[in-house]
Design a protein around this ligand. Sequence first.
Ligand code: NDP
Length: 292
Amino acid sequence: MTAKVIDGKAFAAEVRAQVARHVTRLKQENGLTPGLAVVLVGEDPASEVYVRNKGKQTVECGMTSFEHKLEADTSEGDLLDLIARLNADSAVHGILVQLPLPGHLNSDLVINSIDPAKDVDGFHISNVGLLGTGQKSMVPCTPLGCLMMLRDHHGSLSGLNAVVVGRSNIVGKPMAQLLLGDSCTVTIAHSRTKDLAEVCRRADILVAAVGRAEMIPGDWVKPGATVIDVGINRVERDGKTRLLGDVAYDGAAAVAGAITPVPGGVGPMTIACLLANTLTACCRANGLPEPE
Ligand code: NDP
C-alpha cells in the first residue's frame, strides 16, 4: 500500500483564502480589520523566520500585522507592560508571544498576562481549562491544524484509536484533548512510555510530536493508519540542511493509509490556523457571528 499524502500546503492555502474572504466582508460590512500582534524577544533565527512568515501571511489575508521585536535582555516588567498595552488596544484582536522566551523570563507568567480573548495561540490557562472541559475556547494552532486535516480525511473520528507521541503543553496535550473531543480513544505516549512500538502499532491515528528526526520507523505504523507528523527537525545530511519529521517517511508511507509530509504538512496549517483564530477573536470581540 502507498499512503495518500495529505497536502497541508494546499489545505492551508484554502483556509487562508477563506479567512481572506471573511476579512474582506468584515471590512465592507462592519468597517473592521482584524489585527494580530506578534512579540519576539531576542534573536533566535528559527523564531525570526516564523515571525516573518506570520507577518507576511497576516497582511496577505488583509489583516493588520503588528510586530514587536524586543532585545534579548528585555526585562519581564517591560514585556508585561507591552502586553498590557496590546490587551488594551482595540485594533489588536490577537496577541502571540513567540516561544521559547529567553531563560530569564517566566513564560507561564507572560502567557497568562495575555487577555484570554486575544490569546490566539490558546496557551493561556483559561483557554487550556476551557478546552479541557469541552467549552468554547481559543484552540492551539498546531493541534487545530492537525484536527482539521484528520477530519477532512476521515470525516468522523469517533471510536478510532489515537496515539499522540509527545505530551508538551503546546502540541501533545491539546492534541489529545481535541481527539478526545472528537470521541477517539486516546493514548498519550512520552519518553517514559514502555514499549512505544507496540503502543504506536495500535493507532488508527498516530500523531508524532517529539522533536527527534525519524524516530518512528515504518514498522511501528499499523497498516492503513493515518500518520500526522508534527516534528520539524533540522538535520545536516550530505552537506545540506534538511527538514525531517519525527516519522521515517518512506517506511511509514509504505504501510500507512495517509501521511503528512515534512515540510508541507502540519507546518503551513499552523500559520493558517493562527490567522483563522485571529479572525475568530475579532468576530467575538465585536459580537459578530463566528466564521464556520
Ligand atoms: P517538546 O520538546 O516540548 O516535547 C517533546 C515531547 O516528546 C515530550 O513530551 C517528550 O517526553 C517526548 N519525547 C521525547 N523523547 C521521546 C522518546 N524517545 N520517546 C517518546 N517520547 C519522547 O516539543 P514540542 O511539543 O514543542 O514539539 C515537538 C516537535 O514538533 C518538535 O520537532 C517541534 O519543532 C515540532 N513543532 C512543530 C510545529 C509545526 O507547526 N509543525 C509547531 C510546534 C512544534 P517527556 O515529556 O517525557 O520529556
